[in-house]
Design a protein around this ligand. Sequence first.
Ligand code: KIV
Length: 262
Amino acid sequence: MTLTQLRILKKEGEKITCLTAYDASFAYILDQAGIDMILVGDSLGMVIQGHDSTLPVTIEDMIYHCQQVHRCVQNSWLVVDMPFMSYATPSTALENAARLMREGQAQMVKLEGGAWLVETVRLLTERGIPVCAHLGLTPQSVHQLGGYRIQGRIESEVTQLRDDAIALQAAGASILILECIPGLIASDITADLEIPTIGIGAGSECDGQVLVLYDMLGITRGRKPSFSKDFLQETGTISVAITAFNDAVKKGSFPGKEHTFN
Ligand code: KIV
C-alpha cells in the first residue's frame, strides 16, 4: 500500500481499513488479512501499559513498538503516533518524526491537533515525512477537553473542525483521522477534502474506518466504546475477526447507526 493507492481508494469510493497494532504477531495477522493501514497508536499506553491515558507514552516506547510491527508488515501502510509533547514545537517534531521514520521504520507519522500544527505539518511534509492529522476527540488533550467526550456538537466546534481540516490539508497532511464527532459533521468534512478521512466514532461516511485492535477483539479494559464492535464474539478466531472487520468496512455494513453519534 502507498499513499497514492490510498488516494485512489478515496477517489474510487472504496473504503479504507485501518486497525492498531503494537507487536509483530498481531501486525502479521492484520497485514495478511489485507488491512490497508496499520496504526501503531499511542493507545498502547492504555491497552498495553495499563495507564489511564496516553500521556505517559514516550518516543522510546513508540519507536520500540513500531520496530516490532514493522518487522511483520509487508503490504499495509504503516503509521505511527507521535506521543504527547513530542511535537510541541516544529523543531522538536522534526527531530522526533525523523527518529520514528529512521529507527521505528514508520512510513507516516500522526499528530493530534488543529491549525496550531500548520507550521509543523508544512515543515515535516517539505522534508519528506508524510503526515496523518487527527481532529475531534484528541486523547492527548483529555484534560483540556474535560474528559473523553464527543466533540463537534456545538456550532463553534463544528466551524473550528472544518477550518482546521482545510488548514491541515493545505499544509500538506495526507490523511485525516476524525474521532468521536457526529456522523453528519464527519460526512461534510469528508466531502470537503481531497485527502482521505478515517473515522473512529465518526459515522459511516468517512473514507475509511479505524478501531483500536483490543476493542474489536472484545478485550477492552473498563467501559467498551459505543462506536466499537467486538468482531471476535461472532467469529471465534482472531484472524477471522480481522477479516470480518475488513469485509464489513469495505461493504459499508460497519459502522452501523448504533455505532454513530448524532
Ligand atoms: O492511539 C490510537 O490508537 C489512535 C486511534 C484511536 C485513532 O489514535
